[in-house]
Ligand binder design. Structure first.
Ligand code: ADP
Ligand code: GN1
Ligand code: MG
Length: 355
C-alpha cells in the first residue's frame, strides 16, 4: 500500500496518519491484507482483488447481511464466536475507492492467530465445531438475499471447462509439464455424475465456501476457535463443499503447496476430530443422505482445487497469488496426491462419518 493510500484511509478512520503503522499479512491467496495500527487501536485493511471479485459492492453487501444475522443470534446468546464486521468510514462508506481500487476496513479480532496446517486433533475439533456453528446459525438465513459473487464457484463441470480452455491457449512448455496430471484429472470426471445423482436430495444452505484452515482465527489465550473469517464467498450451496474443504486443508500433515508428496496423507485422528466437531451443531439439521454426501465433498474439493491450480498454471498465474514459477503446479500436484490418498482411505472415512 502506498503512503498516500495509507494517509487517506487513516483520515477516513479519523486517525492521525503520522501515528499509524502498517504491516502486511501474507496468508490468503486472493486479497491484499494489512494490519493498521494506531496506538492501541487495530484494524484490518483489505484491497479487494477485482480480477476475482468483479462486483466488490455485492460482496460487501453479502458479508454485511451475514454479519447482521450473526449479530442478532449473538444478542440472543445463540452465537458464541466473534464476528468480523465492516467499519464505516467518516464518508459513510464501507467500501472506499482509492486509485480506482476498492479498499475495506474490518475490525481486528484481538488476541488471535491463524494456522496453515492443523497441529493436533484439538485444533481440528475446534475449527470444525466453529464452522459447523457458523453454518447452523445461518440455517434460517434467507438465501435469496445473497448475490452470486462468483458464478459457478463450486461447479466442477465448469471448472473442467475452464481447464479445457486454458489448455487450448497455453504455452507448450507449461502444458507439457502437467500433461499427466491433466489426464488424471480428466479420468475422474465421474464425480460430476455422482454429485448430480445425490444433489437432487440435498438442501441448499448458506455455505461459507472457503472453509480452509487459515480462514479460522484461534484465541491466543485459550487456543479455542474465536472467529470465522473471509466471508467473501458465502453463497447458497451444499454443505458437502464446506466439509470437503475442511478435510482438504485440515487433514493433510503438509501445507497445500508442499512438495513432500509422500507426506500428503489423511491423518485419521484429525479426520475423526473434524467429523465430531462439525456434526455436533449440524447433525440435528441433517438427513442421513446429507450426512453421507459429505464424503463426496472430501473427494470433490481436492480434485476441484487441482483443476483450478492447473488452470491457473496454464493461464500464467493470473488468479492465485504465487511466489515462484512452478507454485501453482506444485499446489495442483499436492492436491492430486491428497485426492488419491482419500480414494484409498474412503472406506474407514465413511465409517467414521456415519458412526
Ligand atoms: P484472503 O481473501 O486473501 O484469503 P483473508 O480475509 O482470509 O484474505 O485474510 C487473510 C489473513 O488475514 C487471514 O488468514 C488472517 O490471518 C488475517 N485476518 C483477516 N481478517 C482478520 C481479522 N478481522 N482479524 C484478525 N486477523 C484477520
Ligand atoms: C483461495 O482467499 P483464500 O486464500 O482464503 C480461493 C479458494 C481456494 C483457496 C485455495 C475466492 O482462498 O476458493 O480454495 O484459495 N478463494 C477464491 O487455497 O477463489
Ligand atoms: Mg482467506
Amino acid at each position: 500500500m502506498n503512503t498516500t493510500v495509507q494517509n487517506t484511509l487513516s483520515k477516513l478512520l479519523k486517525l492521525n496518519p503520522e501515528s499509524t503503522q502498517l504491516s502486511t499479512i501474507s496468508s490468503g491467496h486472493i486479497n491484499s491484507t494489512w494490519l493498521l495500527t494506531h496506538f492501541d487501536q487495530r484494524f484490518i485493511v483489505q484491497k479487494l482483488n477485482t480480477h476475482v471479485f468483479k462486483h466488490p459492492a455485492q460482496l460487501v453487501s453479502n458479508a454485511q447481511l451475514i454479519e447482521q444475522h450473526l449479530n442478532t443470534k449473538q444478542q440472543q446468546n445463540n452465537y458464541p464466536l466473534d464476528i468480523v464486521k465492516h467499519i464505516n468510514t467518516c464518508n459513510n462508506e464501507y467500501l472506499t475507492m482509492l486509485n480506482e481500487e476498492p479498499y475495506r476496513v474490518l475490525n481486528f479480532i484481538e488476541h488471535s492467530y491463524s494456522e496453515d496446517v492443523v497441529k493436533n486433533p484439538a485444533q481440528a475439533h475446534q475449527a470444525a465445531l466453529a464452522f459447523g456453528t457458523f453454518a447452523s446459525a445461518l440455517h434460517d438465513f434467507d438465501t435469496t438475499t445473497l448475490h452470486t459473487v462468483i458464478d459457478d464457484f463450486h461447479n466442477l463441470t465448469m471448472r473442467f471447462e475452464q481447464l479445457n480452455t486454458a489448455m487450448t491457449n497455453s504455452n507448450k512448455s507449461r502444458l507439457n509439464r502437467c500433461k499427466n496430471d491433466i489426464e488424471y484429472c480428466l479420468s475422474q470426471l465421474h464425480l460430476v455424475s455422482e454429485l448430480k445423482t445425490i444433489a437432487q436430495h440435498l438442501p441448499v444452505r448458506v455455505c461459507h465456501n472457503d472453509t480452509k484452515i487459515n480462514n479460522m482465527l484461534y484465541c491466543s489465550k485459550t487456543h479455542k476457535a474465536k472467529a470465522v473469517i473471509d466471508l467473501d464467498t458465502c453463497m447458497p450451496g451444499f454443505l458437502l463443499y464446506d466439509f470437503g474443504d475442511m478435510v482438504r486443508t485440515f487433514c493433510s500433515a503438509e501445507a497445500e503447496d508442499s512438495t513432500s508428496l509422500d507426506k500428503v496423507i489423511i491423518r485419521k485422528e484429525i479426520f475423526e476430530a473434524l467429523v465430531k466437531g462439525y456434526l455436533a451443531p449440524l447433525q440435528p439439521l441433517m438427513s442421513n443422505t446429507e450426512q453421507s454426501s459429505l464424503l463426496l465433498g472430501a473427494k470433490i474439493m481436492p480434485l476441484m482445487l487441482s483443476v483450478r491450480f492447473l488452470t491457473d498454471y496454464l493461464n500464467n498465474d493470473v488468479y492465485f497469488k504465487t511466489t515462484h514459477a512452478e507454485h501453482n503446479l506444485e499446489r495442483a500436484q499436492n492436491q492430486l496426491a491428497l485426492y488419491k490418498n482419500i480414494l484409498s482411505n474412503e472406506s474407514w472415512m465413511y465409517k467414521i462419518l456415519m458412526q
